[in-house]
Design a protein around this ligand. Structure first.
Ligand code: GLA
Length: 393
């Protein structure tokens, strides 16, 4: 081989080597969110009224209430923590509301054995007109990593003519390069069918517009029953590492009764939805705490098979939802949307069991076995309620 050809060959190999290595180096974002993320986010209850005291007290309450031990991890500040960029382009937190700075706050949250999250936007401005990350993706990702951020919710306001997939992929690359494992929450409201492209970019993707604390209204956001309707057909896109996100919980917020909150929580568990509490953890009632820390329902949500549940029957106001679980059992939600109590039955063939099979039926809200049933199970379901059972052959 002539010296010249040798040099060209070596140069070509050297040029490709980093590419090959880069392709082999697993992204720091890989292997996160193998089950749906669990935590708390400030938006549903506090909107722009956020400050460092609230976040510290929320972290304290997450521990004291038993939520951390039940699996909740992330404490996420939504919109309005940021106020400007400095002369170097670095994002600046509101100094009046966060006088100790974001790094100190993240350290505090970490000291409680929890993880810390922030919010930004793929466009020029956030939905509350704070600076967005457009044009600053790599710089922001480096800042978040330096602060100790573990979770980023990334919104879609002021996006102009931006392409959604490209915009989210860009931030994904920025997070990869920043080198810290950060759960990436895509929030573009389902506008561009993210379930078709977001796996491998983000770990969860919103499927709808914003939720609001009501049963099935659709003014200033959707009630949870309406959002549930919009999840039909999306189940096959969810699984370990990438989840449909029907939006954060309204459990415990004014506008929902305890019965409705229980139904909402049960259905989000069946949907393999992220469980991001959206209430004031510092002052919640024991009833709300008990809903949010129901370990049997959380176990359904966090089931390792990672298969999203689906609606198997729709008799108008009476619905049956089922989720297959890793041990071969089924979680079933009997959902009564009507204003009066009703009988709802689930039949074994609807959930993939032969009619002759005998199975144990455990009520996940009563915390006891309620039947050994063959072929079907039937229960009286109060208005706007869910009866949630686990059926084990
Ligand atoms: C959008 C999102 C909400 C919340 C607000 C904040 O509406 O969908 O979840 O983050 O912006 O401004």
């Amino acid at each position: 081989m002539s010296r010249c050809r040798y040099t060209v060959l070596t140069a070509a190999l050297t040029a490709f080597l980093p590419l090959t290595l880069a392709a082999q180096t697993p992204s720091p974002l890989a292997n996160l969110a193998r089950t749906p993320p669990m935590g708390w986010n400030s938006w549903n209850k506090f909107a722009c009224n956020v400050n460092e005291e609230l976040i510290r007290e929320t972290a304290d309450a997450m521990v004291a209430s038993g939520m951390r031990d039940a699996g909740y991890q992330f404490v996420v500040i939504d919109d309005c923590w940021q106020i400007a960029r400095d002369s170097t382009g670095t994002i600046v937190a509101d100094p009046e509301r966060f006088p100790s700075g974001i790094k100190a706050l993240a350290d505090y949250v970490h000291s409680k054995g929890l993880k810390f999250g922030l919010y930004s936007d793929a466009g020029l401005l956030t939905c509350q007109r704070r600076p967005g990350s457009r044009g600053y993706e790599f710089q922001d990702a480096r800042t978040y990593a330096a602060w100790g951020v573990d979770y980023l919710k990334y919104d879609w306001c002021a996006h102009g003519t931006q392409n959604a997939e490209a915009s989210y992929r860009l931030m994904r690359r920025a997070l990869d390069q920043a080198g810290r494992p950060i759960v990436f929450s895509i929030c573009e409201w389902g506008s561009n069918k993210p379930w078709l492209w977001a796996r491998g970019i983000g770990h969860l993707w919103r499927t709808t517009g914003d939720i609001t604390a009501c049963f099935d209204c659709d003014q200033h956001g959707y009630g949870f029953a309406r959002i549930l309707d919009m999840q039909v057909g999306l189940g096959t896109f969810a699984g370990p590492g990438g989840w449909n996100d029907p939006d954060m919980l309204e459990v415990g917020n004014e506008g929902l009764t305890a019965v409705e909150s229980r139904a909402h929580f049960s259905l989000w568990a069946i949907l393999a939805a992220p469980l991001m509490a959206g209430n004031d953890l510092r002052s919640m009632t024991a009833e709300t705490r008990d809903i949010m820390t129901n370990r049997e329902v959380i176990a359904v949500n966090q089931d390792s098979l990672g298969r999203q549940g689906r609606k198997v029957r729709d008799d108008g106001d009476l619905e049956v939802w089922v989720r297959e679980l890793a041990d071969g059992s089924r979680a079933v939600a009997l959902f009564n949307r009507s204003a009066t109590a009703a009988e709802i039955a689930v039949r074994w063939p609807e959930i993939g069991y032969p009619a002759s099979l005998e199975a144990r039926v455990r009520d996940l809200w009563k915390h006891r076995d309620v039947d050994r049933a063959r072929g079907a199970y039937q229960a009286t379901v109060p208005a706007h309620a869910v009866v949630m059972v686990r059926i084990t052959p």
